[in-house]
Design a protein around this ligand. Sequence first.
Ligand SMILES: [Zn+2]
Length: 233
Amino acid sequence: METSIDSLREEIIEVGKRIYARGYVASNDGNISARINDDKVLITSTGISKGFMKPEDLIIIDMDGKLIDGNKKPSSEVFMHVQIFKERPDIKSVCHAHPPYATGFAVAGIPLDKYVLPEVVITLGTIPLVEYGTTGTEEFYKPLLPLLKDFDAFLLANHGALTIGKDIFNAYYKMETLEHFAHIAFIAHQLGNVNTLNKDQVQKLFSLREKFGIRKNIGLIPEKEKRTRKTNH
Ligand SMILES: [Zn+2]
């Protein structure tokens, strides 16, 4: 069923205000999109502050990233959005921003790949680091593709953060969770110790996912990494 485009516009404008007010973006950075149906996506246009958007600042593109409705220009990052909608039929919204702590980890080249906080383990699992690629080119979203089926939140190396969700607020709240986690992880690093949850504790949290309508196997630490980590100890 097609969701009303007007209500999608309103929600994107509201989320834009929040990501701007929380300092997740500077200037005209970031982009937010929502799937209208199988062929169309509503997305923020380029060159506009996400904190002060009007309904006409949102445009409609097709699944090739081509403008089909609106008077503004699509962002160079539209191709990443359409790729996500193509690869993940369950995803209805994509949120991309540059929140300072998450982006700090992305710049430092450190993925948030440990099970630390219960809320984060339930909602996101772990957050991988996606290799750097020049924005606006295929290079930008290619490294993301193999990770898409296993994660809902990503750090983009030397760039920012990306979250995807079943609706606009779901994608946005994942961005909040990711940035909050990155902030806390940063503080724990500074304090000199990060205690992780044990296997049993993690399993118990995963068993709560169904109750919250969260996919069972999202954000797991890949088996091969677990093995490498063990040999490192
Ligand atoms: Zn960006």
